[in-house]
Structures are given as C-alpha cells and as structure tokens.
Design a binder for this molecule. Structure first.
Ligand SMILES: Nc1nc2c(ncn2[C@@H]2O[C@H](COP(=O)(O)OP(=O)(O)OP(=O)(O)O)[C@@H](O)[C@H]2O)c(=O)[nH]1
Ligand SMILES: [Mg+2]
Length: 267
C-alpha cells in the first residue's frame, strides 16, 4: 500500500495536499466502481497499474488483458474499485475477451467508465467513445499516449474535443504518470456528481425510427424490467443484430446481468 501526496504528482497544479492511496487488490467496501475501457493497446493496464499499484501485464501488442482485473484506490476519502477490461473496438464485439468488456460496460453499470484512447489514433478510437456515450452519462475520456502524439507533431485541441463530446477529457502520458492526478480528479468529480456531463448523442431525424425505438423500449421494459440500457438493445434489434436477437430469444440477456452482479459481489 502506497501513499501518494498530490503535491508529489509530476503535473499537480494544486497546492492543497489531497491524498490518494493505492489499495492493490485488497477487498474493501467501495463507494464507487470505475471501469477502464478502450481499444486494444491504448494503455488501460498502464493507467490501472498507476492507480492501484498493481502489476497488470502490459506490453506493446494488442490483446494482453483477456479477463477483467480488479484493484482499488482511495481518493479524497472515497474508496474506488477499478476494473481493467480487455481491449474492444466496439460494443458489437464477438470475441470472448471483447464480450467480457462489452458485457461489463453495458450491464454492470459502473459509476464511471473511463475510456482510454490513443491520442495518435484519435479518429479510430472515437468510434467506441461515441458508442459508450450512448449508454452512459458518466464517462471520462483519458487521452493517453500524448507523448507519442507530440512526437509525431500532432496537436489535439483538448478543449474543443471536450466541448464536442460533452464529457470530460483528460490528457495523460500514463507510462510516466503525467496527467494521472487530473484523471483522478475527473473520476472523482463524475462519480460524486460534482461534474455532470451532457454527452452529445446521435439524434434521429426520422420520426419513424424515433417512434420504433420508443415502442421497442416500452415493450422490452415490460418484459425485462431489470434490464439496463434498453435503448441500446432496441437499436441493435432494429439493426437485426444476430447476437442480440439470439440473446433475447434464448433469454440470455437477463442472465448476463445476473452474471455481472454475481461477479461484483464475489470480489
Ligand atoms: N509512450 C507511451 N507508452 C505508453 C503510454 N501508456 C502506455 N504505454 C505503453 O503502451 C503499451 C500498451 O499499454 P497497455 O497498458 O498494456 O495497454 P492496454 O490498453 O492495457 O492493452 P490491451 O490489454 O492489450 O488492450 C505498453 O508498452 C505501455 O508501456 C504512454 O502514455 N506513452
Ligand atoms: Mg491491458
């Protein structure tokens, strides 16, 4: 267990000494759960290690994290549980490790979802950001690998990105720990409600689509009252997404939620 004084963070711009404490993998009663999502190889496990003091496997190739890993930290006297997820390009994933990430993001309903993106490949990474923003108001973008982006001469208009997305964006170089204190603050502020986001969502121009989604959401909520993110499921059904259609047919969606709850309780 390690104390980190805020004033010791390399990029800390605050004079107050707020403390954060890395909790490793010890079990505590947590105030908030935070999921680390993102495309493969964006530095999720590096961020996880910085925040928990654990040593999740990292390396420069995609697909290293294949099951979810859990750890914790204390920040401003609140206990946070952090979940490191396998990389995923989209919430419509098919591989097993991508499904682990997708099911957690969709059905475990973490208090905050941090989407770790590769600043050198922002456009490609934004696909997942937009998908996650569709299903939660409580998301933070961690714009990582900023040192690499700078090396390539890429300059990202941070404020504009934040304005365009409608959620907090924090720039980091996780490998050296730069930006981690700002990330902590953003996670805390979103989790505690100090910062309330208004994610920009895709609006449907067609009244037909709008009313079809509404009708389907109403029907789904009558049949599956315990199911979160019904709008996402309704949209997948309208697209005739085979995996979601089959999950509904085989009553597997409800089971997925039960699995997430059971896994969370067993930690
Ligand atoms: N230069 C630089 N390298 C970084 C940074 N953050 C992480 N890395 C490196 O990027 C590589 C991938 O990091 P990981 O933390 O394993 O990435 P991940 O997102 O967990 O990857 P998967 O679990 O495979 O999806 C590792 O070699 C890290 O050392 C950063 O900010 N700058
Ligand atoms: Mg990883």
């Amino acid at each position: 267990m390690k104390f980190l004084k805020h004033s010791e963070c390399d990029d800390c711009d605050r004079k107050k000494h707020h403390y954060m404490m890395r909790l490793g993998s010890n079990s505590y009663k947590y105030d908030y759960t935070v999921a680390l999502a993102g495309n493969p190889n964006t530095g999720k496990s590096t961020v996880f290690n910085q925040l928990t003091g654990l040593h999740q496997h990292t390396g420069n190739w995609p697909g290293k994290t294949v099951t979810r890993a859990e750890g914790g930290f204390i920040y401003l006297k609140k206990y946070f549980k952090l979940i490191d997820l396998p990389g995923t390009y989209s919430l419509l994933s098919n591989t097993t490790d991508e499904e682990i990430a997708r099911n957690y993001i969709l059905f475990a309903q973490p208090d905050v979802t941090v989407i770790v993106v590769d600043a050198t490949r922002l456009e490609r990474n934004l696909n997942l950001v937009l998908q996650i923003m569709e299903i939660t108001d409580s998301a933070v973008v961690c714009l990582n690998l900023l040192d690499e982006a700078n090396r390539y001469g890429l300059i990202i208009n941070h404020e504009q990105l934040e304005e365009d997305l409608g959620i907090p964006v924090v720039s980091t170089t996780a490998r050296s720990g730069k930006g981690i204190s700002s990330l902590l603050k953003a996670i805390h502020d979103v989790a505690s409600g100090l910062c309330s986001s208004t994610p920009h969502r895709i609006q449907f121009d067609s009244e037909e689509v709008k009313s079809a989604v509404e009708q389907m959401v109403a029907e789904l909520s009558a049949t599956y009252p315990e199911l979160p993110n019904l709008r996402w499921i309704a949209l997948r059904l309208l697209e005739d997404d085979v995996s979601v259609v089959n999950a509904i047919k085989n009553n597997k969606l409800s089971q997925l939620i039960l699995d997430q709850i059971r896994d969370d309780e067993s930690v």
